[in-house]
Design a protein. Structure first.
Length: 381
């Protein structure tokens, strides 16, 4: 193992010997004996340090990140633990942003090996990683997922447009005069669109650290925002203002941050059939007896509609691994290969049974090749 890896993944015990510059003849033998003793002691210390390093090294894979990718990573981890001689990886749901922050904090056993993400890593995050010594990041795109706006199965089916979603959830909306904005005055869905019911707007969703939140505001809210001509024109003339208008969510109680726990959102939807909740299609697919997804722009959130690109709120899913940890953390290389195997992420793989939308064959082959060769990310998307 290289010296720099020893420093990151174990402990070193420095030694210091000091000898007198001036020695009397009778002291020479004593000094030689002291030197021999010091060398013997050094050997013992180095041996003990080696044992300490071995004991402090992690013998399992540590994964953090997206609550959307969490169920897929958990399934792979459990199968990996059962079918190999390696320990089952530890997987934590921290949200995409929170997971990438932990991932980028450094290299070594104290830091995660993998960060799951429901969005691509940002250039600012790549820069933070690099500043902390995380130089080579392996990006693994694993498939696609839809973002659903779901309600209790006890509620009537809903059909929302992206424009409806923007007007219901934006902090500011267009005023009476073109080019003007007012604080969102809408209290019911009927206020937003006369064709919708007069029920109070209440949407439970993820916090700003969530990749699902990032994707939702970009795909759903920005998509609806861009249908308003004068705001759409800002996309070219004033991109910052365009994003501020389209991406800023109201804070008056109509949108409720429900954390990273999708199970909690489902429980609240069961308790309040008039509310909506935002989470990934894969979670909807596992809870069809409790919740249903609203049609968006007339398209139902189904496996085929997302795979074909017809459903308008869909996004790719990723995880990121540290090349420096491969072959240092036991089983990491094998885990990467298991996740990118056809039995896992293929069209008939066990992850598709959990709701992951597979990539086309050619794209899967290309990503799997990059993983086998440990090709690092060259730039953020």
């Amino acid at each position: 193992m290289a010296v720099h890896r020893l420093q990151q993944f174990g402990n070193n015990a420095p030694l210091s010997l000091q000898a007198s510059q001036t020695r009397l003849p009778g002291e020479i033998v004593a000094q030689r004996n002291i030197a021999r003793l010091a060398l013997a002691s050094a050997a013992v210390v180095v041996t003990l340090a080696g044992h300490a390093a071995a004991q402090s090294a992690r013998d399992y894979i540590y994964i953090v990140g997206s609550s959307t990718v969490y169920p897929f990573a958990t399934v792979v981890a459990e199968r990996f633990g059962r079918s190999t001689d390696f320990r089952t990886p530890k997987v934590e749901s921290t949200g995409s942003g929170g997971g990438l922050k932990l991932f980028c904090d450094g290299v070594g056993v104290d830091y995660p090996d993998i960060a799951n993400s429901s969005r691509a890593i940002k250039q600012s995050e790549v820069d933070t990683c690099k500043a902390n010594g995380v130089d080579e990041i392996i990006e693994v795109k694993i498939g696609y997922d839809g973002i659903v706006v779901a309600s209790s199965i006890k509620a009537p089916p809903a059909d929302l447009s992206r424009r409806d979603i923007f007007l219901a959830l934006a902090k500011q909306v267009p005023g009476a005069e073109e080019g003007s904005l007012v604080d969102n005055p809408y209290r019911t869905w009927k206020d937003v669109n006369p064709a919708l019911p007069a029920t109070r707007i209440e949407v439970l969703g993820p916090p700003p650290t969530s990749g699902t939140r990032d994707a939702f505001v970009e795909l759903a809210m920005e998509g609806g925002c861009a249908e308003i001509p004068w705001i759409a024109a800002l996309d070219k003339s004033d991109r910052d203002r365009f994003r501020a208008i389209c991406h800023t969510v109201r804070e008056d109680g109509a949108f409720v941050e429900a954390g990273e726990n999708d199970n909690l959102i489902v429980q609240k939807l069961e308790a309040n059939p008039q509310a909506f909740g935002i989470f990934g299609f894969s979670f909807l697919d596992q809870n069809t007896e409790k919740v249903r997804g609203a049609a968006i722009d007339g398209v139902e959130p189904t496996f085929d509609a997302i795979a074909d690109g017809d459903y308008p709120i869909s996004r790719p899913l990723y995880f990121y691994a540290k090349k420096a940890h491969v072959d240092v953390i036991p089983g990491l290389r094998n885990y990467l290969r298991e996740f990118t195997s056809e039995r896992a992420w293929g069209e008939d793989g066990y992850l598709s049974e959990r709701g992951l939308i597979p990539m086309p064959d050619e794209e899967r082959r290309a990503v799997a090749k990059d993983v086998r060769e440990l090709n690092p990310l060259t730039a953020a998307r």
